[in-house]
Design a binder for this molecule. Sequence first.
Ligand code: NAP
Length: 470
Amino acid sequence: MEPTTQAIEHVVRHPNYILEGTYLVASILFILGLKGLSHPDTARRGMFLAEAGMAAAIIGTFFHQDLRFFSWIIAGLILGSLVGLGFAVWVPMTAMPQRTALSHAFGAIAACLVGVAEFLMHGAELSLFTRSALGLEVMLGALTTTGSLIACGKLQGTIRGTPVQFKGQQYVNLLIFFAMLGCFIYSLNHPDATLIFYAMAVLGLLFGVMLVVPIGSADMPVVMSLLNSYAGLAAAATGFVLGNNILIIAGTLDGFSGFILSILMCKAMNRSINNVLFGGFGSAKAHATAGSGGTMHEISLDDAAVRLAYANKVVFVPGYGLATAQAQHAVRELASALEERGVTIKYGIHPVAGRMPGHMNVLLAEANVPYSELYEMEQINPEFPSTDVAVVVGANDVVNPDARDNPNSPIAGMPIIEVDRARCVIVLKRGQGRGFSGLENPLFFKDVTSMLYGDAKVTLAHLAQEIKNV
Ligand code: NAP
């Protein structure tokens, strides 16, 4: 027999080679996917590579030598695909943060259940190391499940978004945490103590709830990113329990990238992880109003259109209001109308504008805004002195000059997009509503600023129409 035929036959007879091969390909695709996601230009390709990696991992798993009950696996695949499809079709872009939270909950409950099943089937036979990984998997999986469900409820508005706090809360949380840890240590040495193991899982579920309820809804993106990292670590622990390399690699990537993202978001808000987790930001206490004063100057639609039409350079600064108004297509339409008149258009994107990382990039990409027009905060800030009109579209905190000028402000030190350095600022918002921090924004009272009230989508559409008529 030819050596190549022999080799192929050998591989076919040993499906584990196929399994390990596809897992290797999947791991490489995950790493390349993650790298692609680090830049808007390559994000789409990164997503596609990650999807291909996931497909390779699923296909590879079918070659696992211990695999039984194919019908159950196929049923799970169909059910999971239907839920995923439902998410893709029915969940609007604005609800993406809560959808992501729900996905974390699904991933975490899967890790938790695999851990419980493994404990029930093989608990006594497992080594101490594997039992430790299994305990971690169940604890992290359980707390991530309920934590993510609470985060989802808060973002959706089905659970009160303001921090739920009571006296001695942190002591109660510590008690739950140490009780869970106690059960974990006990079950390490007593693999037959099923009740204690279940108690550990239940305490994990309870701890997830207690960890997230004291946090305000607007801090949920940071919390979710942390929970994402816990879900990843739970998956990596599952990998150690099952001896599954792809779970170890993908879980570790997920765990650490989630953690790094949380740190980056905190940095962009000039806050610490501790402040996010235990600071109760968004509670009545934190709503103390910073100094403002003066009057707001309103501008008519016609006047705003004239200012824009005769500008040389216009910078759009989108915020959460753009997402709620779904105004991404309208802003693009207005920008195109201005570009036709020879106006230079740029978009200034704050790293925490909106309610999730990359929120604005996703929305603007959906409206086919060219990446070359998107500028990060550090790039756009030096441009404002030469900008004729800065148009703030439903942004508030990320353009609040108090963060820069008032050391006593609760958001002092948060880097902002410095629209107030432009020659003229037009703010599009519906009324006197405040931003996520609940603070007054002195930008709205500045002489350079004009307020254009109304829903951002409607206002932008009217402006585009007016520009065409100027
Ligand atoms: P923001 O401070 O929440 O302000 C949004 C503004 O949009 C509001 O003042 C609101 O005023 C206006 N608005 C709402 N609906 C509108 C509509 N249909 N049309 C026009 N305007 C509308 O938003 P931001 O400036 O984007 O700041 C984001 C905040 O979230 C920051 O404080 C950030 O720290 C926080 N955060 C973000 C992340 C993240 O990952 N992105 C994570 C954690 C925390 P009216 O009600 O008057 O219209």
